[in-house]
Design a binder for this molecule. Structure first.
Ligand code: DHB
Length: 489
């Protein structure tokens, strides 16, 4: 039967004009060229196959940024294993290089790890991952400075890259059921967003338009350092924390050769800015109370109209836990005057004194600038207006109140709208770090994210590492321990 069938087909084919060759499926990993590279990490030398500049969608609109670099330990093509991982089981480490919501190139590993490269320490995490037997897939993504890169482009791109990995799971070493995302700052925000929004239908039209692979975009675990997230509520959270601090050291963020440059400018809030700060601080309790968050014992988290209450206590407890940990690691905590010591024990924290010690970095509103000058304003722009408002407060106090982003698009950038939602496959494992001296966004933002995830039953490892400023990837050993544990559970 079978033979006849084949012969019949051959006969038919012979009478036809030659068919044009089938369209190559650019989403096929198998056909992508690679190079073998020798890499070293802390004295360990290993070889990988480097598959670079993979365009991860069928209809790219920005072929510079909609690319991914994939690195795979050679051992997995030779039937080998590394530690406990094999070609079938190795998790896929998925670090994005997004900073400042700017366009991001995929992370790239050179033959000799070049520490002076624009990626700096970020490539260290990739090298470490490979040395431990992880497959590494680092996606680029569009960013706010181009018309095509406005929200929600960055998250759509990361989802498309995840779909590419899942679509090619059978033909590629690494287990696409074990994708672990990592990012810092805006990159931390999109890592969290990726973790929260797996398979949400809300992104489907955007993914379809790009010709993203037909596959799931859910991930296994998300790591986020200082996520600049929950943007439409971040102004209120910032002023709830910093309302009593009038002096600031503002950081102007610019970008040179994909390196985010930060320049400090000192000043004091004007009376008008102090009024804005008070307005925003007064709005935060209602927002927080409406979230319906609770402590592990079921007690509801709340704040009084003055901004006091058990939510503030929770934030303090995280800072205290961090201080106690630093002390247990040998740090002399006596010099931090905002800590109340009882003998050698850290007994309490004067929250206002601690916040004064941190210092204010942003002027109110910290994110939705009244003059539309912030990076986040630009993120929510569109083809007609480069920058827009995205909160309810700012347009009402700005000369450009008609410049408001579509609330549906603002939602697509906020993980909180997806956690616990039916039909969404949120990552099971989470690691969130926000330095105790990081003032790029309010501490409440990370505490809310961690608590919302916790309340929905996800596994969350959350801490405020002592005295760390705005940064990421500073504790790679611990990051990889967490990944290892997540995979083993
Ligand atoms: C980043 C920092 C910010 O303060 C901000 O508002 C947005 C992004 C960043 O470092 O990525």
């Amino acid at each position: 039967m079978k033979l006849l069938g084949i012969l019949g087909l051959a006969a038919l084919a012979a009478c036809r004009p030659p068919a044009s060759p089938p369209t190559p499926n650019i989403l096929n990993f198998e056909t992508h060229p690679y190079e073998v590279r020798t890499l070293s990490y802390e004295g360990q030398i290993f070889r990988v196959r480097a598959y670079e500049d993979i365009i991860y969608v069928s209809n790219p609109i920005d072929t510079v940024h909609q690319r991914m670099n994939i690195y795979i330990p050679i051992a997995y093509f030779e039937g080998g294993s590394i530690d406990r991982f094999t070609a079938e089981s190795a998790p896929i480490f998925f670090p994005n290089q997004v900073g400042g919501y700017m366009p991001a190139l995929p992370g790239r590993l050179q033959e000799k790890a070049d520490k002076a490269s624009p990626m700096g320490a970020r490539t260290d995490a990739m090298l470490m991952a490979l040395s431990k037997g992880y497959v590494v897939a680092s996606p680029g993504a569009r960013g706010r400075t181009s018309v095509q890169g406005k929200a929600p482009a960055v998250i759509v791109d990361l989802k498309a890259a995840v779909r590419y990995l899942r679509y090619n799971d059978a033909s590629m070493p690494g287990n696409a059921e074990r994708i672990i995302s990592n990012g810092t700052s805006a990159g931390g925000a999109v890592s969290a967003l990726l973790g929260a929004t797996g398979d949400s239908p809300d992104y489907a039209p955007y993914l379809r338009a790009l010709g993203a692979a037909e596959a799931s975009d859910a991930i296994f675990a998300a790591s986020a350092y200082c996520p600049i997230t929950n943007l439409e509520n971040a102004d209120m959270a910032y002023e709830w924390q910093f309302r009593n601090v009038a002096d600031y050291k503002k950081i102007d963020i610019s970008m040179l050769d994909y390196k985010v440059e930060r320049k400090e400018v000192a000043g004091r809030l004007s009376e008008e800015q102090q009024r804005v700060s008070a307005d925003l601080a007064a709005l935060f309790p209602d927002y927080l109370n409406g979230l319906d968050l609770s402590l592990p014992n079921g007690e509801k988290l709340s704040l009084s109209q003055e901004g006091e209450g058990n939510f503030k206590d929770l934030v303090k407890q995280y800072v205290l836990a961090s201080a106690r940990r630093a002390q247990s690691e040998g740090m002399d905590m006596g010099r931090y005057m905002f800590l109340r010591m009882e003998g050698q024990d850290i007994a309490d924290l004067d929250f206002e004194a601690y916040v004064a010690y941190m210092g204010r970095q942003k002027t109110p509103p910290a994110f939705d600038a009244l003059d539309l000058s912030s990076g986040e304003n630009q993120l929510f722009g569109d083809s007609l207006s480069d920058a827009k408002h995205f909160t309810t407060y700012s347009p009402r106090h700005s000369a450009s109140q008609d410049q408001q982003a579509d609330p549906a698009i603002v939602q697509l950038m906020n993980p909180l709208h997806f956690i616990g939602r039916q039909g969404v496959n949120t990552a099971r494992h989470w690691r969130i770090r926000h330095g105790s001296k990081d003032k790029d966004t309010g501490l409440a933002i990370s505490v809310i994210l961690a608590t919302a995830l916790n309340n929905c039953g996800y596994k969350v490892d959350f801490a405020l590492p002592w005295d760390k400023p705005h940064s990421g990837d500073y504790d790679l050993n611990e990051l990889f321990e967490w990944m290892q544990q997540a995979v083993e559970q």
